[in-house]
Ligand binder design. Structure first.
Ligand code: GLY
Length: 609
């Protein structure tokens, strides 16, 4: 275990024992939940059609001189509907469906299936995800279609004979959980949509059958995945004869078109019981995977009651466990809300307080959250304002707090965040859907299902494959999230809808990037609510990340002014620089309509009318 020597100034001012005591008291007092969630469909007052948002005037943002994404750019504006995702073609699929009379849910499902075609590194039918839904008539819900561990999974399945972690939770056939995306999207459509599945899947089928043009972002992603994917299957549509398709290629995916057509015609059963299921199981058997027909036939998505929290006078609806996204976002924002106002964006104190809030929220995330069907999860405690007040009391105003002194049992190695994808959709009635979906790593496990034409996830790595040891993201998670058959692995996905004080949708937001999903999503929310940035600036603003372990404050190159960086180091923060953090896609209600902004650090498209 790593030894930490506390600086004397720290020992005088921060009471690590106090923190441990708070955790114990909080755990004892909190009402633990041991359920798979509620029915999911609760209500808030209906909003009626969108009106102008109840928010103060926006304030021009100022970023450091060396920051590569200048402030003051504009967003895509549309008066009625908007869809934003990492693929312009997929966003256009959503607006095509809304033009044909569909609502935001019809459009989101169309977008989800289209992303499986046009953004195959993360859009998927071989993975899983979460959606948060807010209907203009007041209904709110979330649906959890996270993958589950196969029935044959065991706690130590990724350890070698010496007890060391292998990379089999990340690469190859054994890395996959039972996919949930098809069941989840269909359940979402059935409950809140207005169109048949066969209609909303038409854009996706067309894109797979007739092809679409590969842009430089997708071509780069394909090229980077070459060894990972061709190792299991030499020739796929992305690597005909083993070589990556270049930018400008029309990418046609006939096997995927056939699979999507079967789902469109026969519904969920086509994926979980028919020839597609046979293809998936045959693929498993070819490579030593353990997903069986019984696993597929038994998969069910879960409707859950949203995490409802507030920041200042705004309400947030977000994802409960099996994702940690909503709880950890609520906890971090609750800590920050204890300050009557936050320091100006970009100052030393701002980075210190925001990073320290994330650090504390992630300690709880990593140790206490997991699938509520398997372990008790102290939701009420972790999301309470009084608990946040106690945590805020552990933040020293002028010194970083070593994570070891707050939570000494764990250690970690740094890892770069990888991918997932988020999309946001709103319609003219004011219905909104925030969906985050993933294969985990970009291109998942690297395994492409022969005959059915889709990539499989490597979501098993989101379990604590060896509790107390870091996963692919460097996240050190506890026993709560250990592998058990049928269990959902803990996620960081944070699809979130923010409402103004009139219950009108203000923001629809979420992100890709492993644990940085939580910090990236909540910083866009903070930038809009606290710093009154417009959406374009809120998305371009430099981001930071802290996940407790590794005990470092990660920042984007050029995103912190040099003098501020010096101050943060002198306060005891271990500063870690990355080129880019997080891939967010967001929509904001503005006067007369919606603004959409796809991630400026990556590819994407905002399409509206
Ligand atoms: N696979 C990333 C996440 O669910 O957090």
């Amino acid at each position: 275990m790593r030894q930490t020597v506390l600086p004397s100034v720290f020992a005088r001012t921060v009471r690590s024992n106090t923190y441990a005591t708070l955790l114990l008291i909080g755990a004892a007092l909190s009402a633990c939940t041991r359920s798979s969630g509620g029915a999911g469909d609760s209500r808030i007052p209906p909003s009626g059609p969108p009106t102008d948002p109840a928010i103060p005037e926006r304030v021009a943002a100022k970023f450091p001189n060396d920051w590569r994404l200048p402030a003051g750019q504009s967003a895509t504006f549309a008066p009625q509907v908007m869809a934003v995702s990492n693929s312009m073609d997929a966003s256009a699929a959503a607006t095509e469906i809304m033009r044909a009379g569909g609502n935001a849910v019809d459009a989101a499902v169309a977008l989800g299936f289209a992303l499986a075609v046009t953004w195959p590194e993360a859009g998927n039918i071989g993975g899983g995800g979460y959606s948060v839904i807010r209907m203009a008539d007041g209904r709110i819900a979330t649906i959890d279609y996270r993958e589950i561990a196969p029935l044959a999974a065991t706690r130590n399945m990724y350890l070698d004979e010496h007890g060391k972690l292998t990379d089999k939770s990340v690469y190859g056939h054994l890395a996959s959980g039972v996919p949930g995306a098809v069941a989840g999207l269909n359940a979402l459509l059935e409950r809140y949509g207005t169109m048949p599945l066969s209609r909303v899947m038409q854009p996706a089928i067309r894109l797979a059958r007739d092809g679409f043009i590969v842009d430089s972002s997708l071509a780069g992603s394909i090229a980077r995945a070459k060894s990972m994917v061709t190792r299991y299957q030499k020739s796929t549509p992305y690597f005909p004869n083993g070589e990556p398709v270049p930018t400008g290629t029309r990418l046609v995916q006939p096997d995927l078109a056939r699979t999507l057509t079967a789902i469109a015609e026969q519904g969920t059963a086509a994926f979980y019981r028919g020839w597609v299921a046979d293809s998936l199981v045959a693929e498993m058997q070819r490579g030593g995977g353990i997903i069986t027909r019984a696993d597929l036939a038994g998969y069910t998505p879960v409707w859950r009651t949203p995490i409802r929290t507030s920041f200042r006078e705004y309400s947030l609806l977000s994802m409960p466990p099996s994702s940690s996204g909503g709880v950890t976002t609520a906890e971090a924002l609750n800590i920050l809300e204890q300050y009557p106002s936050l320091p100006a964006y970009g100052t030393t104190r701002w980075f210190h307080l925001v990073g320290s809030a994330y650090q504390r929220a992630f300690i709880d995330r990593n140790a206490k959250l997991a699938d509520p069907a398997f372990v008790p999860v102290p939701l009420a405690q972790l999301t309470s304002k009084s608990y946040a007040r106690q945590l805020q009391g552990t933040i020293n105003d002028t010194r970083a707090t070593p994570t070891q002194s707050l939570e000494p049992q764990m250690q970690a190695l740094p890892r770069e965040p990888e991918h997932t994808t988020h999309y946001s959709v709103v319609d003219a009635a004011g219905n909104a859907v925030a969906t985050t979906t993933t294969l985990n790593n970009s291109w998942g496990s690297g395994v492409w299902v022969r005959g059915a034409g889709f990539m499989l996830n490597d979501e098993m790595d989101d379990f604590a494959a060896q509790p107390g040891k870091p996963n692919m993201f460097g996240l050190v998670q506890g026993e709560q999230n250990a592998i058990q058959p049928g269990k959902r692995m803990l996620s960081a996905m944070s699809p979130t809808i923010v409402l103004d004080r009139n219950n009108q949708v203000l923001l629809v937001v979420g992100a890709a990037g492993g644990p940085t999903i939580i910090t990236g999503t909540s910083q866009v929310i903070l930038n809009v609510i606290q710093h009154r940035m417009n959406l374009a600036d809120a998305m371009r603003a430099p981001r930071i990340h802290h996940q407790a372990l590794p005990d470092s404050l990660t920042f984007e190159a050029g995103g912190i002014a040099p003098a501020v960086l010096d101050s943060l180091r002198n306060m005891g923060h271990s500063m870690r620089q990355l080129r880019a953090l997080v891939n967010v896609n967001a929509i904001m209600r503005v006067k007369g309509g919606w603004e959409g902004v796809p991630e400026p650090r990556r590819a994407g498209g905002a399409v509206g009318y």
